[in-house]
Write a protein that binds this ligand. Structure first.
Ligand SMILES: [Zn+2]
Ligand SMILES: [Zn+2]
Length: 314
């Protein structure tokens, strides 16, 4: 049986050389991602989509900044921290946030910003209609969509609206998670799940900055926290056997597909030493060609990118 670590013991672990968690930086998390999306859009087969997502992510930063200005934005729930440590569960659950009073308002702010910017840049009429449909849609229907996205129920999800709804939920998750300190974050016995919000990783990245140098982190698709995981290990089934790497011939050396022969899953791994500016979620979206190639193999990607809805088998 696993022994529960006391907060003091966890703090001692945090002083080891490898930072086990990299918390999302609320002042810059979406700004950095938006800039990276813009940078990746040129010469990309889905460049127009990346530019649209860059506008959406820019709006996420503005919405987060507005939440930061609210009076209770620094309050953390100590009871929640104690509960998480006692039961080895994440600090918050992304899946609970559909019931947050804020998320619908954040979604409306995001849509208003995207409509304003994209209209001034000559956005195609069908896209304007789509955004207006979600903006003026029924709130219960939006709640149902949000539930379906978080539960990954393919049949119920409107794939075109999904990135906008997921983006609003991301803002809520980053808002809540970034109030906690590293020492608040529990150690879970499920290493493939975000210890901050219980979501799944969008990709993994071998960092090269500061004390994280040479270590691999999984980036959460929802709250953008990164947690350490040793290299050459399946992020899905924890196997250390049968791990291999595939890359696109003549493609970027900064990205590979990490495959597992035990559970036949794969996930992208990025190498910051090959590209210092990479941002896992943005770079995952921009390297969709690798997804297409991997789609022809017998490996399956088990969790997708919140900004691009793809049907999954699980
Ligand atoms: Zn998370
Ligand atoms: Zn595996």
């Amino acid at each position: 049986m696993q022994r529960i670590l006391e907060p003091g013991e966890i703090e001692a672990l945090d002083h080891n050389s490898i930072p086990r968690i990299r918390m999302p930086e609320r002042a810059t998390v979406f700004k950095t991602r938006s800039q990276r999306l813009k940078q990746l859009a040129s010469d990309n087969p889905i460049g127009d989509y990346l530019r649209l997502m860059a506008i959406l992510v820019e709006a996420q930063q503005q919405a987060l900044d507005r939440l930061s200005a609210e009076p209770d934005s620094n309050a953390i729930d100590q009871a929640r921290v104690n509960l998480a440590h006692a039961h080895l569960m994440p600090l918050i659950l992304a899946s609970d946030q559909v019931r947050s009073p804020h998320w619908q308002g954040v979604l409306e702010q995001l849509l208003d910003h995207v409509m304003q910017v994209a209209t001034s840049e000559g956005m195609p009429a069908p896209l304007q209609e789509l955004l207006a449909r979600i903006r003026h849609g029924d709130q219960n229907e939006r709640d149902n969509q949000a539930e379906a996205i978080l539960q990954r129920s393919n049949a119920a999800v409107d794939p075109i609206a999904a990135p906008f709804i997921a983006a609003a939920l991301q803002v809520i998750c980053v808002d809540l998670v970034s109030r906690f300190k590293v020492r608040d974050v529990p150690l879970l016995d499920t290493p493939g799940v975000c210890p901050c919000c219980g979501s799944l990783p969008v990709a993994s990245v071998v960092r090269m900055d500061g004390e994280s140098q040479g270590h691999r982190y999984l980036q959460c698709g929802m709250c953008a926290a990164e947690w350490h995981m040793v290299r050459i290990k399946c992020t899905y089934c924890d196997s250390t056997k049968g791990i291999a790497y595939q890359a696109i011939e003549d493609g970027s050396p900064a990205v590979k597909a990490e495959t597992c022969d035990e559970c036949h899953s794969w996930l992208k791994i990025f190498y910051q030493e090959k590209d210092p500016y990479l941002e896992p979620l943005a770079d995952d979206l921009a390297s969709v060609t690798l997804d297409l190639l991997m789609g022809e193999t017998n490996y399956e990607r088990r969790h997708g990118n919140p900004l691009l809805w793809q049907s999954m088998e699980n």
